[in-house]
Write a protein that binds this ligand. Structure first.
Ligand SMILES: *Cc1c(COP(=O)(O)O)cnc(C)c1O
Length: 389
């Protein structure tokens, strides 16, 4: 075993114990000075929330980045999805088609938007829903298609947009995982009808909490500005159904400071990914998911698939990693259509999704992980794969 490790130049794995534990979250941390620079602006103006100067600045810069007319910032990615789905869905047509293999809370968001989630398959290679997997589920009750970018790589956004246009059904994208990506060379965030993003601390752009919608539809943007602020559309008018999903100025200050420094984070993420790529190679049974070649990508998540030749079940793999202070997590498990719900859903058997749902694990990455730690994690995985842990 020592000889094997010597060839990788990696430290002795049995001794690896990460303390504090290694996180699989991004947790970007801008310079304090920069955060304070932005924070002083709202503090001195005493504009804390309700569309202050920093939220406006953030919305302008994000709209420019994504190459889209309007950006509407909110308190979270989750509420962004609820409000945008509510605004876009065709009235009187209650179903929304969404992939089952996805982020855990998406069915709940669609239910809170007043819609019935109707689950569809993903394609085995991309782990994304495609026009071919979505269209069998379209019917005269379909009011919305939710296109979702997978955790690594992208969905066929142009194809899904064309499908929606042909079927006469609006399309909303959950683009949280592809915030700094392109599809066919076009910036994610610029596809119709609208796209949703998160600014949670674990995502690429950290605003502590927060979310935003991008759209070229200014009427929709205006509707969302009203919806996030108690449904008010004129001063002190409250005639419409509303909620409080506004972004506050301090969160915008954090997001702006991180946006200034995002270039460095993208480079760091790329180097971490490349290090995994190099050092996971040759470990039988682990396959690193690859972002789309030839496109921009944020390299935010590092995800491995456990293949049949990997000797350990998923739960044992997770337990052994946790025992060494590696906070890995499963992703895509359980598939949404296999869960019990207290609200209506349309769930059929989805064999591809069922065969994929327990195979993916997030590995440590993000702003705080070093390349040296990645080498240690890879050495640990190599030892686990050889049955020596
Ligand atoms: C995190 C996440 C969300 C929710 O965003 P919050 O800001 O945490 O509410 C939605 N969709 C996906 C794909 C996510 O990863």
């Amino acid at each position: 075993m020592t000889a094997l490790l010597a060839t990788t130049g990696a430290p002795e794995p049995a001794a690896v114990q990460f303390d504090p534990p290694l996180s699989a979250s991004s947790l970007a941390c801008p310079s304090f000075h920069r955060f304070m620079h932005y924070s002083r602006i709202f503090y001195h103006q005493q504009r804390y929330t309700n569309g202050g100067p920093l939220v406006h600045q953030l919305e302008r810069r994000l709209a420019d980045w994504h190459g889209v007319r309007s950006c509407v910032a909110t308190s979270s990615g989750f509420w962004t999805l609820v409000l945008a789905a509510q605004a876009l869905a065709i009235p009187g047509r209650p179903e929304v088609v969404i992939p089952s293999l996805t982020y855990r809370r998406l069915a709940d968001a669609m239910h809170l938007a007043g819609l019935v989630p109707h689950f569809c398959e993903v394609e085995r290679d991309s782990l994304a829903a495609t026009p071919a997997t979505i269209s069998p589920h379209l019917n005269d009750r379909t009011g919305l298609i939710l296109g979702i970018h997978p955790i690594v790589g992208n969905c066929d956004a142009p194809g899904i947009v064309r499908l929606g246009q042909t079927a006469g059904v609006p399309v909303l994208f959950d683009s949280v995982e592809s915030a700094f990506a392109t599809v066919d060379g076009r910036r994610v965030g610029s596809f119709p009808d609208a796209e949703c993003f998160s600014l949670h601390a674990s995502k690429l752009l950290n605003g502590f909490e927060g979310g935003y919608v991008t759209t070229d539809n200014e009427q929709l943007a205006q509707q969302l500005r009203e919806a996030r602020a108690f449904g008010m559309w004129e001063y002190d008018q409250t005639n419409r159904l509303g909620t409080n999903a506004k972004m506050n100025e301090m969160h915008a200050a954090m997001a702006l400071a991180n946006l200034d420094e995002v270039g460095a984070l993208l480079l760091h993420n790329r180097r971490i990914f490349d290090t995994y790529q190099q050092h996971l190679e040759g470990i039988a049974g682990l396959r690193l998911l690859q972002p789309e070649a030839g496109e921009l990508d944020g390299f935010k998540a590092v995800v491995v698939a456990l293949e049949p030749s990997w000797p350990l079940p998923m739960d044992v793999t997770q337990q052994q990693l946790h025992d060494h202070g590696v906070l890995s997590r499963t992703y895509y498990s359980p598939a949404l259509h296999t869960k019990q719900y207290s609200y209506p859903v349309v769930a059929e058997t989805l064999p591809v999704t069922e065969s994929l749902q327990d195979r993916f694990s997030l590995l440590p990455c993000g702003s705080r992980v070093t390349r040296h730690q990645v080498l240690q994690v890879c050495a640990l995985l190599r030892t686990m794969g050889a049955g020596h842990v």
